[in-house]
Design a binder for this molecule. Structure first.
Ligand SMILES: NC(=O)c1ccc[n+]([C@@H]2O[C@H](COP(=O)([O-])OP(=O)(O)OC[C@H]3O[C@@H](n4cnc5c(N)ncnc54)[C@H](OP(=O)(O)O)[C@@H]3O)[C@@H](O)[C@H]2O)c1
Length: 214
């Protein structure tokens, strides 16, 4: 598969490596594609650099991995080319707070996956890869059984392709349901930035449901 990666930072480059190892080809985007030459050389002939628009056009599936502060600018460049494409949304609705640390930039009751679906209505948004720091992705990809879980949420028809890419990257996909059920993929959450197996993800989410029902 040809995977278009919008945002060739920590997440984009980490997943590019894992997907190339699995036999995919990737297009890494940048506002300045020429600056990506060192990583393209490192990744080899299965990787190319392109602008955001070129990447959105060429990718069979897209990964969105830009900082939330720049997401609207990136979406404006890719939006004309994403109709009916699966867009894996790896973004977290966070910014650096003035006093240090990270803070949410969407309301406490909002769900980032639904916010993204509103921003990019022609695309098929699947939320995934938001919960694990890239250091953990690099350290734990293809771990022996039980593998580390990556949770995903989206439409039933769009998730098999993304689950397959999660497996190809060396992780165990855990389906949380539709985007409306993707709140645990947003910080803060008991599964956010936790290295967990699929059973551990399900158990933590069951505990939240029980607490909510009590
Ligand atoms: N880092 C993690 O461990 C981690 C884990 C899970 C999820 N996430 C989430 O994934 C997203 C990306 O994180 P990251 O750490 O990979 O970020 P990053 O290293 O800062 O990379 C973001 C990339 O976005 C590109 N970019 C900036 N403005 C853009 C624009 N207007 N249009 C297109 N591309 C633009 C930049 O490339 P150019 O400057 O070359 O254009 C940059 O390489 C964030 O939302 C983050 O919350 C991060």
């Amino acid at each position: 598969m040809k995977i278009g990666i919008i945002g060739a930072g920590d997440v984009g480059q980490t997943l590019a490596k894992l997907w190339i190892q699995a036999g995919h080809s990737v297009i890494l985007s940048s506002r300045h594609p020429e600056t990506l030459q060192p990583i393209i050389q490192e990744l080899g002939s299965s990787a190319k650099a392109a602008t955001v628009a070129q990447t959105a056009i060429a990718g069979d599936v897209l990964l969105l991995a830009v900082n939330y502060a720049t997401v609207d600018a990136a979406l404006a460049q890719m939006a004309p080319y994403v109709t009916n494409k699966i867009v894996i949304d790896a973004t977290n609705p966070l910014r650096y707070a003035d006093g240090g640390g990270l803070e949410r930039v969407i309301g406490d009751r909002e769900i980032a996956g639904l916010v993204m679906a509103d921003k990019l209505p022609n695309a098929r948004i699947v939320k995934a890869f938001t919960t694990l720091w890239t250091g953990y992705l690099q350290q734990h990809a293809h771990r022996s059984h039980p593998q580390v879980a990556i949770a995903l949420a989206g439409n039933v028809s769009d998730k098999p392709a993304v689950a397959s890419l999660i497996k190809d990257a060396g992780f165990d996909p855990v389906d949380l349901g539709p985007l409306a059920a993707s709140r645990p993929l947003d910080p803060p959450s008991p599964i956010w930035n936790q290295v967990l197996t699929a059973d551990e993800v399900r158990s933590r989410l069951a505990q939240i449901s029980q607490l909510a029902a009590a």
